[in-house]
Every structure is written in C-alpha cells, then in structure tokens.
Design a protein around this ligand. Structure first.
Ligand code: GTP
Length: 282
C-alpha cells in the first residue's frame, strides 16, 4: 500500500471503531526492526486499551537482540511476547499473557457471576509484520483475510480459537513511520516495502555498513570478504563483491542478492535495530 494522509485518516477511524469491540489489542511487529515496524498511533491506542506487543519473525532475528528488546519493553511496563508465527503456534503464549494483562477485568466478570471468560482481541500492525500469518495460526485454519486494506469496511466476524480467545477476522493495518529515511531503508530490507519503491543500492550500502558495525561475520564468513577488502569504502566493497560473485559490473544484481539473502535469513539471524544498551546489560 502507498499511504496518503487520506488513507491514514481512514485507517485511524476504522481502528477507533474496532477498538470499541475488543478487550485487547495485539500489536504485531517485526523483531528485526522492533522500533521501525511500530506505528506512531500505538501510543494513543495503548492509552485506550490493554495491549500486547508481539515481536514476530524471531526465527530471522538475532536471538540476543530479541531477548534484549523484550526485556526493554517489559521494563517499560509493556507486556511483550516473542513469536515465529511462520513455524509455531503462539496461541497458548498469547492466552497466558492475555489472562495476565486482563486479570482484573476477568476477576470482575467472575465476581459478577458472568461465566463468559472469552477475551476478544484484534491484531494490528504495519504491512508485512505477519498479521495474517499470526492470526491464521491462532485460529488454526486458513482464514481469508484478503481485502484487509484500509478503506475496505466489512462486517466484523469473530474467529474462535481453542482457548478463551476470539479474534476479529480483519487485522488492522497501520502505516509505518516515514519520518526518517533510515526507517524506510530498514523496512525495505525486511521486505515491507514493495520493489521499485526504494533504491536497491542505497539499501544495500546501508546493510554493508551495518554488517561492518554489528555483524562483521556476515561479511567475512557469509560473503567471503578478505581483510584487505574490509578496508574498502562501502561502494567499493559492493563493486568488489559484484565481481567476486560473477556479476561483472552489474552491481544492482549483487545488491539484489544481498537484499534477497538477508530477507530469507541466509546471511544469518540479523536484527537491524540494536536494543538500548541498558537492556542488553540487564
Ligand atoms: P500485509 O497483508 O501486507 O499487511 O501483511 P501481514 O502483516 O498480514 O503479513 P503476512 O502474514 O502476510 O506475512 C508477510 C510475510 O512474512 C509472509 O511471506 C509470511 O510467510 C512471512 N512471515 C510471517 N510471520 C513470519 C515469521 O514469524 N517468520 C518468518 N520467517 N516469516 C514470517
């Protein structure tokens, strides 16, 4: 989706309507870019509704960083779980955490003799964070969540799970943050931005620089960069790699390969945003 102010206003209105229907908001973000894949509107939402943050795609992210990010958010009072919705069903984890978050509300229901302990929740997140995959896992089947574009209003349906949890069938799509170019680059590297809408070479140069600083083994082991080449500037390194991988002078093809391999996870488990240091030391 390309987001325009009109889209954002409409998404905001729809989400405000949906919020009225639920006990809990489940915000899915990409564990490789926890901050860049969150939406500025979440601050507002958190104040209105209990909220569970999900760091998804942890199979692709750096496990140390995922742990540090989780600790960081939890320390701020933000309940957070980590998932790999592609390969594992997070239902029990979600139910357990939801019960904790909504403990008082559930106790009140019990006190009033209400037998229904069902928690109603909705998933939301920026494009490509894994909302549909996550939702399908929770409900244990392939639900058609197509047409879940902002502006497409439809009837709300509740999807049952095997636990005391019901999920709204339409995940809320939030716009990503655009205020900073680096955020755009990170979203592109994780596959959240469509091809053609970013410059592959800029994005790759950012990645090479990032590897140098945080994951030098990606350069030396995965891409076979020697000590001499490590001293090259990023653009020269990209050219050297282009030759090494047999693309002659077509550096765009090397750039595409790096982006593709990074997204797929074949360069290793990489987080593109380092958790604040206090969290890493904790
Ligand atoms: P939009 O429809 O664009 O809003 O995306 P979405 O948030 O619904 O994401 P979706 O579930 O379509 O997932 C996007 C891509 O990420 C798909 O190719 C999924 O297979 C993949 N994916 C989702 N969750 C995970 C995960 O935990 N690990 C991995 N490796 N891939 C995942």
């Amino acid at each position: 989706i390309q987001w325009f102010p009109g889209h954002m206003a409409k998404a905001r209105r729809e989400i405000q309507e949906q919020l009225k229907l639920v006990d809990l908001v489940i915000e899915i973000c990409d564990a490789r870019i926890p901050e860049s894949s969150r939406n500025p509107m979440m601050n507002e939402i958190v104040q209105q509704k209990p909220h569970l943050l999900v760091l998804n795609k942890t199979d692709l992210a750096d496990p140390k960083q995922t742990k540090a990010w989780q600790q960081y958010y939890e320390a701020q009072g933000q309940p957070t779980i980590v998932t790999d919705a592609q390969h594992q069903n997070p239902l029990n984890l979600v139910q357990q955490k939801a019960n904790e978050i909504l403990k008082e509300k559930l106790a009140l229901r019990a006190q009033r003799g209400i037998k229904n302990m069902t928690i109603r929740a909705m998933c939301m997140g920026v494009p490509n964070s894994g909302k549909s995959t996550f939702l399908n896992r929770l409900v244990g089947k392939n639900v058609a969540v197509t047409g879940n574009r902002p502006g497409v209003t439809k009837n709300q349906n509740w999807l049952k799970t095997k636990q005391n949890l019901e999920i709204l069938d339409t995940p809320g799509i939030l716009w990503p943050k655009f205020d900073d170019q680096e955020i755009g680059v990170k979203l592109a590297l994780t596959g959240a931005i469509k091809e053609g809408l970013y410059h592959e070479d800029d994005v790759t140069l950012f990645a090479l620089d990032y590897f140098r600083n945080y994951y030098p083994q990606v350069l030396t082991e995965k891409l076979g960069v020697g000590p001499k080449q490590l001293e090259l500037s990023d653009p020269d390194l990209l050219l050297a790699l282009t030759k090494k991988f047999g693309f002659k002078d077509e550096y765009e093809r090397m750039a595409q390969k790096i982006i593709f391999d990074l997204r797929k996870g074949s360069l290793g488990r990489i987080t593109l945003e380092q958790a604040p240091v206090s969290a890493t030391e904790a």
